[in-house]
Design a binder for this molecule. Structure first.
Ligand SMILES: [Zn+2]
Ligand SMILES: [Zn+2]
Length: 187
């Protein structure tokens, strides 16, 4: 894991306020999108990308989650005008899309703990669309991203401990210590 030179958190835990960290999180789905385009269309820059995005979101259960999330980024919500699926909680089309996205496929990356890819997917999704989710939960999910990207997975007990700390109003520093283990090395 590396420190972000902009926000000094473990990359990309600063996703909510730091443009550099947010870019790294976006890149998680963007790299999946480029790989999909290259394998299906032979180029990462096809002329009708938006049409392809529409096709993907019509069948989210046939594609990996990164591809589906990136496809939604390319579509505009008719109601809130933002990227489809990422508008405020309560926006009908975005709420629907945010539910559909979870029917997409998830495949554990080689060498990661089983369930890591699922945790990464949920945390990336929440970090990119925090509306409607409690502030402590959003913070914990963002702070956990560096560990998940490194291929590790907090145990259930660790996750519960961090969650209860967060709901009791622990500071970010306390949460970081809990997420990474008290000695500062990643748990
Ligand atoms: Zn940062
Ligand atoms: Zn919307």
């Amino acid at each position: 894991m590396e420190r972000c030179p902009e926000c000094h958190r473990w990359e990309p835990a600063g996703v909510l306020g730091c443009a550099r960290c947010a870019g790294i999180v976006d890149e998680i789905v963007e790299e999946g999108w480029r790989a999909f385009l290259e394998s299906e269309f032979g180029t990462a820059e096809p002329p009708d990308e938006r049409l392809i995005a529409e096709m993907v979101t019509e069948e989210p259960d046939k594609h990996p989650w990164r591809v589906v999330d990136a496809a939604y980024d390319r579509l505009t919500c008719a109601e809130c005008g933002g990227k489809l699926s990422r508008g405020p909680a309560g926006c009908g089309p975005c709420d629907l899309a945010n539910g559909f996205r979870y029917s997409a496929i998830e495949i554990d990356r080689p060498g990661v703990a089983p369930g890591n890819e699922h945790a990464l997917r949920v945390n990336v999704s929440v970090a990119r669309r925090p509306s409607g989710i409690s502030a402590p939960e959003v913070l914990v999910r963002c702070l956990t991203l560096p560990i998940l990207l490194a291929g590790r997975l907090p145990t259930h007990a660790q996750a519960q401990a961090v969650k209860s700390l967060a709901t009791r109003g622990a500071t970010e520093a306390e949460l970081v210590a809990a997420v990474h283990g008290d000695d500062g090395t990643a748990a």
